[in-house]
Design a protein around this ligand. Structure first.
Ligand code: ADP
Length: 248
């Protein structure tokens, strides 16, 4: 669905992405993981065309992202960010249906689609008339997910969608997200810094460090055959982090 060849992006002389080669298969969930600052969000923003690479080739469904085609290409991708990115002055309903309204969908088509998504994301019907400030963090992320899915995009890109949620809500949403991914069978690319979340949600894990991909595969493969000493370190650090959390 996406192919990246020798993609680089530099900020103020520091490479955020350093000659990345990556193919993202359709219909699968790919998780980008790695320590803070390793380039995960930059990679996701490149995929959706919010930023352009300094070098390399990036194709979406075989086509480069060009200024002239980007609008149509973006309509084929849904995007969710950590804090939801909802418009605060719009109700949940208005946030979700905004683009469909602009594209001239009929009221009937909009309300049918909204109801399908509301059920899919387990969002309460009376929540649709509330503003983001009147909803919990978890509910806002369900709204953001509905908004991203409204136009039935082929691709869903999620940047730490559960990062700001407390552990119980996060756990609940992890289960629901996984069910949504399985139901829809879309191409999903998700950023997280949590290895347990990556292993739970992702079919393919891409472990990054300092703008490079160190290893791509399943967690079991990374544990059995780490491609780099850092892979082992990262897995060990995450495990002890979880154990430390469990003991507190
Ligand atoms: P991650 O998502 O893995 O935490 P990012 O992709 O956000 O990492 O950032 C990668 C690197 O690029 C970091 O060093 C970050 O400081 C830098 N960076 C990202 N966006 C910008 C920006 N708009 N301006 C300057 N530096 C940036």
């Amino acid at each position: 669905m996406f192919s990246l060849r020798q993609i680089s992006k530099t900020y103020q002389g520091h490479p955020a992405l350093d000659a990345i080669d990556l193919a993202i298969a359709p219909g699968q969930t790919t998780v980008l993981i790695g320590p803070s600052g390793c380039g995960k969000s930059t990679l996701l923003r490149l995929l959706i065309g919010l930023i352009a690479p300094d070098a390399g080739e990036l194709c979406f469904d075989g086509q480069p992202l060009l200024a002239t085609t980007l609008r149509d290409q973006r309509l084929r991708m849904g995007y969710v960010i950590q804090q939801g990115g909802l418009f605060p002055h719009l109700t949940a309903r208005a946030n979700v249906i905004l683009m469909a309204g602009q594209l001239g969908w009929s009221d009937r088509r909009i309300s049918d689609r909204l109801e399908t998504l509301r059920r899919l994301t387990h969002f309460p019907a009376d929540g649709l008339e509330r503003y983001p400030s009147e909803l919990s963090g978890g509910q806002n992320q369900r709204v953001a997910l509905m908004r991203a899915l409204m136009l039935d995009p082929e691709v869903l890109l999620l940047d730490e969608p559960l990062g700001a949620l407390d552990p119980m809500i996060r756990f609940e949403l992890q289960q629901d997200l996984k069910a949504v991914f399985e139901t829809l069978g879309k191409t999903v690319v998700l950023v997280t810094h949590d290895l347990a979340e990556a292993a739970f949600l992702g079919e393919i894990i891409v472990l990054m460090r300092a703008g490079r991909i160190l290893q791509l595969g399943t967690l079991a493969e990374m544990i059995a055959a780490p491609a780099d000493p850092f892979v082992e370190q990262f897995i060990r650090a995450q495990r002890s982090h979880h154990i430390a959390e469990a003991l507190t």
